[in-house]
Design a protein around this ligand. Structure first.
Ligand SMILES: [Zn+2]
Length: 253
């Protein structure tokens, strides 16, 4: 399995990071994609990546919650500098978050669009964070429509119509712990979305799947997400693993 979205460099894992990674490897998670947040964590992320060169893959980008009036332009310069220095498998996580702060919508859109331009120029996928912002995100994606624009709706938790719209725009759905929640809703329609549009993720340390809901999430719990997809798609675990792994491999070339 591939965990396409996991913040393993986060401080929540300071005490047992390596044991936690061992547990995930043991459960069959073979690769880990690390989404960037901002300049306060880029170094920690790149440092972890260098410790597990065949396993960890850092993305680069500015998270929408880190788009702040006083610093976003400098933060974007830092992202651009990294993108010019070395290769990354994706630009992320980027997008729009209207749950935490609606007042920054204007600059969130500007930062999102700039990073989409960089992704198209570099032929890279994007990893999108969308929270209470599907309409705004879709508007940007429609405006930026391009044959090279592709990626993942990370932690997808929208409705069927939004899922279909994302797929039509050339995106995959990142499915994590929410699919195991009683009130998560996506488990009720996901079977209508072909499995070749799905990738697995944990979003560790957030959004732990049932029965760990509310506690720290970790990549070994990816097994529980895949297990839920076995019920939804009525195929065996090996098939879920094979198809979602292929989907991730062909996106993150
Ligand atoms: Zn994330």
């Amino acid at each position: 399995m591939i965990d396409t979205h996991t913040h393993l460099y986060s401080d929540e894992f300071s005490d047992d990071r390596h044991e936690m990674i061992e547990r995930a490897l043991h459960k069959g998670v073979s690769k880990f994609y690390l989404p960037a947040i901002d300049s306060t964590t880029h170094e920690k992320m790149l440092d972890l990546e260098s410790q597990y060169p065949e396993r960890m893959f850092a993305m680069m980008g500015l998270h929408p919650c880190s788009v702040q009036p006083e610093s976003w332009e400098n933060e974007l310069k830092t992202v651009e500098k990294y993108l010019n220095e070395r290769s990354f498998p994706a630009i992320g996580e980027i997008g729009i978050d209207l749950y935490w702060d609606k007042s920054t919508l204007d600059i969130q859109i500007k930062a999102f669009e700039k990073q989409i331009d960089w992704a198209i120029e570099r032929d890279l996928p994007i990893v999108i964070h969308t929270r209470e912002s599907f309409d705004e995100v879709f508007e940007v994606l429609e405006r930026k429509k391009h044959p090279k624009l592709r990626g993942i709706f990370h932690c997808f938790s929208g409705n069927l119509e939004q899922a279909k719209h994302a797929v039509e725009l050339g995106f995959l759905l990142g499915i994590g712990g929410v699919v195991t929640f009683k009130n998560g809703k996506i488990d009720q329609f996901l079977h209508e979305i072909p499995l070749d549009k799905i990738v697995l993720e944990t979003d560790s340390p957030y959004l732990a799947p049932v029965p760990h809901r509310g506690k720290r999430n970790e990549s070994s719990y990816l097994e529980l997400v895949a297990g839920k997809l076995v019920d939804i798609y009525k195929v065996d675990f090996a098939e879920i693993d094979r198809i979602t792994t292929e989907n991730a491999e062909s996106l993150f070339l």
